[in-house]
Design a protein around this ligand. Structure first.
Ligand code: MN
Length: 133
């Protein structure tokens, strides 16, 4: 659904700008962070529906940030889609093991990215099984 909120966590500034541009063009409310600390600070006042998460970040990496968010009842409902590097075999399994809900492989296909994001948002609309309990 257009208007849904997305947080992009990516330390490569060119990629970050590209992802924000591509997703904003589809009508999403997009915010960006270049590391885990910035992401956590932003999320004090911003609860995105989905996070596009680069795994390789300086300091706290995307795996650790995902584990923290999925361990917190206040943020575990957020869909986390990992950005995995094509050359890094095993990234996908590690991403899912850390709690990511899915992954998109870099380098990204600029036309496919919004489609994949829309699919993940549509598939995750019911929230976690324990929601509301
Ligand atoms: Mn990176």
């Amino acid at each position: 659904m257009a208007g849904e909120s997305i947080l992009v966590v990516e330390d490569n500034d060119t990629n970050l700008r590209l992802f924000i541009y591509l997703l904003s063009a589809k009508g999403y409310q997009v915010r960006g962070a270049s590391d885990a600390q910035q992401a956590l600070e932003l999320m004090r006042n911003f609860h995105p529906r989905l996070i596009l998460m680069d795994l390789q970040l300086p300091g706290t990496d995307g795996y650790e940030l995902t584990r923290r968010l999925k361990a917190d009842p206040g943020t575990r409902d957020i869909l986390i889609i990992a950005l995995t590097a094509y050359a890094m075999r095993g990234d996908e399994e590690k991403a899912l093991a850390a709690g990511c809900d899915g992954y998109i492989t870099k380098p990204i296909d600029t036309r496919a990215l919004p489609v994949r994001i829309a699919e993940y948002l549509a598939s995750g609309t019911q929230g976690p099984p324990d929601a509301g309990s």
